[in-house]
Design a protein around this ligand. Structure first.
Ligand SMILES: NC(=O)c1ccc[n+]([C@@H]2O[C@H](COP(=O)([O-])OP(=O)(O)OC[C@H]3O[C@@H](n4cnc5c(N)ncnc54)[C@H](OP(=O)(O)O)[C@@H]3O)[C@@H](O)[C@H]2O)c1
Length: 347
């Protein structure tokens, strides 16, 4: 990734995703003078350590865009709507981490490894997928090259940081209180998340699925450009701080060899196969935290599907990193590589 010449605004710089975006820029030694850390007015003036210096957080004002080529918005949907409109009118590229524009037909929804070419038709805004969709479409894209995939069934095990920094605090506070038999508050989720599991991520819809589950279904089809693939999901919040995991069953149209499955996953950019059951090697959320790659393991035939047409696997992916901020920065890199338009002339 080489985006060191770009002037980037991180909107939501004090939040769970924004902080990781800054960490990634720091690891690339992105020049501090080419970064604006933007958050709500309550954070205005806060200092964030960056390399051997400090970034000063600013609340948004229109003219801050004059010094920027692109903004990455990791805030609220209201902020996305408002700032995207202003940025677009000033030819500043918007990469949005939220769900506001994902299913908008005029906005590309991009995981660079899968559909990087879609950045070419952007109209000023590009969206990143939901943090559970990204690792799933990478696995599907890798395996559909062996054989057409008919059906995918997924259960997720989602970390609390997917709900933002306040949810991380709630998990830790509840766990400490429960261990010392003290009272605790339940604010973010409908039930305690400490020592618990909640089969409920985002609001319920009339079809019995949650918004999160339908996001995975609809976003996957858009990114893969494949309306024919059947996808069903159950999303579960678990008492893990960072990294979402998924149990995935894939049904192909014909027979597949496990060796081919492993080989395709192993050679796919952005995936690391961690799969040696004789040594108890498999992906865990702790192992995938702070990793760029999606970790995939427990790869085996799905014995419930005839004629060797099915496989089961398990994955873990850092939801704040490849699930959000890293993917957003990689999209910027993709635009830089592919787009014939210059950053200052995006229309
Ligand atoms: N967490 C994930 O795993 C994940 C993954 C993919 C996508 N996303 C999406 O990324 C976005 C942020 O999620 P998060 O988990 O990082 O949330 P978060 O931890 O709650 O952080 C929210 C950020 O938004 C800022 N903000 C709020 N109002 C603002 C305003 N008026 N102007 C500028 N900044 C404002 C906050 O600043 P203050 O600190 O000043 O309030 C904070 O920096 C959401 O849209 C979410 O859906 C999250």
């Amino acid at each position: 990734m080489d985006i060191s010449n770009l002037r980037i605004g991180i909107v939501g710089a004090t939040g769970a995703v924004g902080q990781v975006a800054l960490n990634i820029l720091e690891s690339y030694h992105h020049p501090i003078e080419k970064i604006e850390a933007i958050a709500s007015p309550k954070s205005h003036g806060k200092k964030i350590k960056y390399l051997d210096n400090y970034l000063t957080v600013k609340s948004f004002y229109n003219d801050i865009l004059n010094s920027l080529d692109a903004i990455i918005i990791s805030a609220t949907s209201d902020v996305s709507k408002e700032l995207a409109k202003i940025a677009k009118s000033r030819n500043v590229l918007v990469i949005d981490d939220g769900s506001t524009f994902r299913m908008d037909d005029t906005v590309p929804l991009v995981v660079p490894e899968v559909n990087g070419e879609d950045v070419e038709w952007h109209n000023g805004i590009i969206s990143t997928p939901n943090c559970t969709t990204t690792p799933l479409v990478m696995v599907i894209d890798s395996l559909r090259q062996i054989q057409k995939i008919n059906r995918v069934n997924v259960s997720t095990y989602q970390a609390v940081s997917g709900t933002g920094s306040l949810a991380r605090k709630e998990l830790i506070d509840q766990t400490k209180a429960m261990l010392s038999s003290q009272d605790y508050k339940v604010q973010i989720y409908p039930y305690p998340i400490g020592f618990n599991l909640l089969p409920h991520v985002d609001d319920f819809l009339t079809n019995g699925y949650t918004k999160e589950e339908m996001k995975m279904v609809n976003e996957s089809k858009k990114i893969l450009h494949d309306e024919s693939i059947s996808i069903s999901t159950t999303c579960v919040r678990v008492p893990v701080e960072i990294s979402h995991s998924e149990s995935v069953q894939i049904e192909f149209s014909g027979e597949v060899e496990i060796n081919d499955v492993v080989e395709n996953l192993r050679t796919y950019s952005g995936i690391e196969v961690v799969d040696n059951i004789t040594k108890n090697h498999y992906p865990t959320p702790l192992d995938s935290t702070d990793q760029d790659d999606v970790l995939v393991g427990r790869i085996r035939k799905d014995i419930s599907i005839n004629e060797s047409r099915g496989i089961s696997l398990w994955l873990s992916c850092d939801n704040l990193r490849k699930g959000a901020s890293l993917n957003a920065l990689q999209i910027l890199n993709e635009v830089k590589i592919r787009s014939s338009k210059t950053f200052s002339k995006i229309k």
